[in-house]
Design a protein around this ligand. Structure first.
Ligand code: 5RP
Length: 251
């Protein structure tokens, strides 16, 4: 019968299709291989960084890492690290960080990043700007040809007062790129508030912006802008997990 024919044929292994979350975890675990005992660590924020923090907690618990101090980049990561028993400190007492591990929303071919869709860009930039090594962990969906190339938001943290004026200035700065600036809202339709009590303006670009450093400086010169989510020339290593394996890119 056909049943017998089926049972006679060798068992077929199912195709291995990894979910996006599994790819994120693979990249995160690879990055944690660079962590050594005694390090001061910048702990990133987001669904990818969460796996790295989990792994660091696990290695501490197993006694495979010791003497680690973590500097969290958000209240959420702080809570997670505390629940895992990772000793924490702050940037003021540890101005030099050995290694930071964090996700990103976009990675361009020069390893420039867009970050902050999770809303933690200010602390992330403070921590990641203070570290000797910054490893970015992403699944391959985050790779873009140019900054803004995903068509998704480029976030800018702004002070709440007169945010619409700041949003207008940001939008006109990138007029030639067809920029649309929108106030980020939370699930209740209220303005999204960052850990620092600020708002986020999400910039949507239709075209590539020219000189990124010029754009960065121009945004920071707008009174009312606190910080933006372009992380230029900051990543020292990017670990990309894809269906075909892990790629490690060094600056
Ligand atoms: C938060 C960030 C995150 O690193 C970024 O949003 C990536 O998040 P995820 O790993 O969940 O895709 O910059 O401010």
């Amino acid at each position: 019968s056909s049943m017998e024919a089926l049972s006679l044929s060798p068992p077929m292994s199912p195709p291995v299709v990894l979910t996006q979350d599994e790819l994120k975890r693979i990249a995160a675990y690879k990055a944690v291989e660079f962590v050594e005992s005694g390090m001061v660590l910048g702990l990133g924020t987001g669904s990818t960084a969460k796996h790295a923090v989990d792994r660091i907690g696990e290695l501490l618990r197993q006694g495979k890492l010791s003497n680690i101090v973590g500097i969290p980049t958000s209240k959420k990561t702080e809570e997670q690290a505390l629940s895992l028993g990772i000793p924490l400190a702050d940037l003021d007492s540890h101005p030099t960080i050995d290694l930071a591990i964090d996700g990103a929303d976009e990675v361009d071919p020069h390893l420039n990043l867009v970050k902050g869709r999770g809303g933690s860009l200010l602390r992330e930039k403070m921590v990641e700007g203070a570290c000797k090594k910054f490893i970015v962990i992403v699944d391959e969906s985050k790779l873009v040809k140019y900054v803004g190339g995903s068509g998704l938001a480029m976030p800018v943290e702004v002070v709440p007062i007169w945010w619409a004026t700041t949003a207008r200035k940001l939008q006109s700065l990138f007029e030639e790129s067809g920029c649309v600036a929108k106030l980020r809202k939370d699930s209740k339709g209220e303005p999204f508030v960052t850990d620092n009590g600020n708002y986020v303006i999400d910039l949507y670009l239709k075209k590539e912006i020219g000189d990124l450093q010029v754009a960065s400086d121009a945004m920071l010169r707008i009174t009312g802008v606190v910080e933006h989510g372009m992380f230029l020339d900051m990543a020292t290593t990017v670990i990309v997990a894809g269906e075909l394996g892990i790629t490690i890119k060094h600056k």
